[in-house]
Design a protein around this ligand. Structure first.
Ligand SMILES: CC(C)(COP(=O)(O)OP(=O)(O)OC[C@H]1O[C@@H](n2cnc3c(N)ncnc32)[C@H](O)[C@@H]1OP(=O)(O)O)[C@@H](O)C(=O)NCCC(=O)NCCS
Length: 144
């Protein structure tokens, strides 16, 4: 039986392990302990982990800008997939966002991550073809 609970900074190492072990998920400097602590502090109660028998088997991070929610790092260990864990994690985020008055959320998916795309699409998330994302990286921050 799995249980979902709020993510804290104490989960950082385990979440990084999940990220590094999962094809399709990028690990960036922005995922450092310091940046993650800042993220969780700015977005309290919006990121979650899933445990089975005390082992962390899934995670999701979520923030907002006051208008829209932004989900990232949805990961479930292969052995625990197709048991509804991702859906429970996503639901926890969108429920909390709704309590804050935020009813629309976005998620970025690498174009090569067809598995993730299939998941989001199957759950009713609409692939945007009307938007291109432009990003700026300040010089000297190659892995930002
Ligand atoms: C995508 C991922 C998070 C799904 O996790 P999960 O716990 O297996 O998903 P759930 O069990 O909640 O799936 C619920 C429903 O979503 C759909 N779904 C799940 N995985 C799917 C897949 N690979 N392809 C198509 N639909 C999928 C199914 O309809 C499923 O219901 P069903 O099992 O009754 O058919 C997991 O495969 C994963 O960690 N992938 C690697 C990490 C990743 O790419 N994350 C996304 C970054 S944006």
């Amino acid at each position: 039986m799995h249980s979902i609970r709020m993510m804290t900074i104490a989960d950082h190492d385990a979440v990084v392990r999940l990220m590094k072990e999962t094809p399709g998920v990028m690990f960036r400097d922005a995922d450092s302990q310091e940046s993650t602590a800042r993220y969780l502090q700015r977005n309290p109660g919006l990121s979650f982990v899933c445990e089975v028998d005390g082992q962390l088997v899934g995670c999701i991070m979520c923030g907002h800008d006051g208008r829209r929610g932004y989900l990232q790092h949805l990961i479930v260990l292969p052995a625990h997939r197709r048991k509804g864990i991702a859906n429970a994690l996503v639901e926890s985020c969108v429920d909390e966002l709704e309590k804050l008055g935020i009813f629309k959320s976005h998620v970025d998916v690498m174009k090569t991550n067809t598995l993730a795309a299939a998941y989001w699409e199957s759950q009713g998330w609409k692939l945007r073809s009307d938007i291109d994302r432009f990003s700026l990286v300040r010089s000297g921050a190659a892995n930002a």
